[in-house]
Design a protein. Sequence first.
Length: 107
Amino acid sequence: MANRIIKGDTVKIIAGSNKGTTGKVLSIVTAKHAALVEGVGLSHRHVSANRLNPRGGKKDIHVPVELSKLALVTDEKTAKTSRVGFIKNADGKKTRVARQQKNKEIK
Protein backbone atom coordinates (compact mmCIF):
# COMPACT_ATOMS: atom_id res chain seq x y z
CA MET A 1 0.00 0.00 0.00
CA ALA A 2 1.33 3.42 -0.94
CA ASN A 3 1.81 5.96 1.83
CA ARG A 4 -0.46 8.97 1.74
CA ILE A 5 2.10 11.09 3.59
CA ILE A 6 5.72 10.97 2.46
CA LYS A 7 9.07 12.44 3.51
CA GLY A 8 9.27 16.18 2.85
CA ASP A 9 5.51 16.87 3.13
CA THR A 10 4.26 19.66 5.37
CA VAL A 11 1.72 18.28 7.83
CA LYS A 12 -0.53 19.57 10.59
CA ILE A 13 -1.17 17.59 13.77
CA ILE A 14 -4.94 17.20 14.23
CA ALA A 15 -5.03 15.31 17.54
CA GLY A 16 -3.07 14.94 20.77
CA SER A 17 -1.06 17.30 22.95
CA ASN A 18 0.60 19.00 19.95
CA LYS A 19 -2.69 19.66 18.13
CA GLY A 20 -2.50 22.54 15.64
CA THR A 21 1.27 22.35 15.18
CA THR A 22 2.64 22.21 11.65
CA GLY A 23 5.98 20.80 10.59
CA LYS A 24 7.89 19.00 7.88
CA VAL A 25 8.05 15.19 7.80
CA LEU A 26 11.64 14.05 8.40
CA SER A 27 11.01 10.34 7.86
CA ILE A 28 8.31 7.67 7.90
CA VAL A 29 8.48 4.71 10.31
CA THR A 30 6.46 2.12 8.38
CA ALA A 31 6.70 -0.58 11.06
CA LYS A 32 4.95 1.69 13.61
CA HIS A 33 2.68 3.43 11.04
CA ALA A 34 4.12 6.75 12.24
CA ALA A 35 6.21 9.72 11.11
CA LEU A 36 8.95 11.88 12.58
CA VAL A 37 7.83 15.52 12.35
CA GLU A 38 10.29 18.40 12.62
CA GLY A 39 10.05 20.15 16.01
CA VAL A 40 7.38 17.78 17.36
CA GLY A 41 7.94 14.87 19.73
CA LEU A 42 11.32 15.91 21.08
CA SER A 43 12.17 13.91 24.18
CA HIS A 44 15.10 12.79 26.32
CA ARG A 45 16.47 9.32 26.78
CA HIS A 46 18.62 8.62 29.82
CA VAL A 47 21.80 6.81 28.82
CA SER A 48 23.91 4.84 31.26
CA ALA A 49 27.67 5.14 31.22
CA ASN A 50 29.59 2.92 28.78
CA ARG A 51 32.84 2.98 26.81
CA LEU A 52 31.50 5.32 24.12
CA ASN A 53 29.82 7.61 26.64
CA PRO A 54 31.81 7.37 29.90
CA ARG A 55 29.74 9.94 31.82
CA GLY A 56 26.28 8.80 30.73
CA GLY A 57 23.57 11.46 30.86
CA LYS A 58 20.69 12.51 28.62
CA LYS A 59 20.33 12.02 24.86
CA ASP A 60 17.79 14.00 22.77
CA ILE A 61 15.56 11.79 20.59
CA HIS A 62 12.59 12.23 18.24
CA VAL A 63 9.38 10.39 19.15
CA PRO A 64 7.26 9.41 16.12
CA VAL A 65 3.69 10.71 15.66
CA GLU A 66 1.03 8.27 14.44
CA LEU A 67 -0.01 8.86 10.81
CA SER A 68 -3.70 8.96 11.74
CA LYS A 69 -2.99 12.14 13.74
CA LEU A 70 -1.53 13.96 10.72
CA ALA A 71 -3.23 15.90 7.92
CA LEU A 72 -1.45 17.07 4.78
CA VAL A 73 -1.15 20.86 4.43
CA THR A 74 -2.05 21.71 0.82
CA ASP A 75 -1.88 25.53 1.05
CA GLU A 76 0.99 26.73 3.25
CA LYS A 77 -0.13 30.40 3.35
CA THR A 78 -3.58 29.65 4.81
CA ALA A 79 -2.57 26.30 6.42
CA LYS A 80 -5.50 24.48 4.76
CA THR A 81 -5.40 20.72 5.14
CA SER A 82 -6.79 17.92 3.03
CA ARG A 83 -7.24 14.18 2.97
CA VAL A 84 -5.10 12.36 0.43
CA GLY A 85 -6.37 9.98 -2.23
CA PHE A 86 -4.98 8.20 -5.27
CA ILE A 87 -6.09 8.35 -8.90
CA LYS A 88 -4.73 6.35 -11.84
CA ASN A 89 -3.65 8.46 -14.82
CA ALA A 90 -4.28 7.55 -18.46
CA ASP A 91 -0.80 6.00 -18.61
CA GLY A 92 -1.61 3.80 -15.58
CA LYS A 93 0.51 5.58 -12.95
CA LYS A 94 -0.86 6.37 -9.49
CA THR A 95 -0.82 10.01 -8.44
CA ARG A 96 -1.65 11.57 -5.07
CA VAL A 97 -4.57 14.00 -5.04
CA ALA A 98 -6.00 16.39 -2.42
CA ARG A 99 -9.66 15.49 -1.80
CA GLN A 100 -10.67 18.89 -0.35
CA GLN A 101 -9.32 20.71 -3.44
CA LYS A 102 -11.52 18.69 -5.84
CA ASN A 103 -8.85 16.05 -6.57
CA LYS A 104 -6.07 18.54 -7.29
CA GLU A 105 -2.78 16.75 -7.97
CA ILE A 106 -0.14 16.96 -5.23
CA LYS A 107 3.45 17.56 -6.33
